[in-house]
Design a protein around this ligand. Sequence first.
Ligand code: ATP
Ligand code: PH2
Length: 161
Amino acid sequence: MHDSVIALGSNIGDSLTILEAAVKTLHKVPGITYKNISSWYRTKAVGPPQPDYLNGCVNCLVDIEPFELLKILLETENKFGRERKERWGARTLDLDLLLYDDLILDSPTLQVPHPRMLERAFVMVPLAEIVPDWVEPISRRAIKELVKEVDCSGVCLLTDN
Ligand SMILES: Nc1ncnc2c1ncn2[C@@H]1O[C@H](COP(=O)(O)OP(=O)(O)OP(=O)(O)O)[C@@H](O)[C@H]1O
Ligand SMILES: Nc1nc2c(c(=O)[nH]1)N=C(CO)CN2
């Protein structure tokens, strides 16, 4: 079994319903067992002008290798009507593999830890909520320390979770 964290985001459609359905869909995949799910956060969009996002993440035990897990995440995005248009553009569902044990992987189709996670408050805030003591393997620093270095002003807890 491998310990992993998957990030979820949505800013098109009924994002809360989409994210909760995506969490249920992943939960049903054989080989994925949930340990903890973060709260949902309303977050200012990073990238081109677009609506605010809802973001969160899940920590799970997986009996699935990283490339197979990526395939499952991409298939799940497609199932929820994800269309690939501009980079960092609006989307119904975005699923990213953030962390997978202490794996460091840099391949053309998969980088772990997710290469932009440390600079993204919309990732680091929910991540710090559920795995504060996880040591990010490149910096070798705990998530609860790394989150202090990002500007979290655009990230707001969704109160009606
Ligand atoms: N850790 C990862 N998790 C998810 N996708 C990844 C990861 N590393 C590399 N990728 C690759 O990124 C590709 C493009 O992903 P996507 O279209 O969601 O990018 P984006 O969300 O616009 O930008 P960003 O990657 O900065 O979040 C995927 O097809 C996948 O092959
Ligand atoms: N707040 C926020 N901004 C984003 C997000 C996201 O999930 N949340 N995802 C993006 C593409 O990966 C680009 N910008």
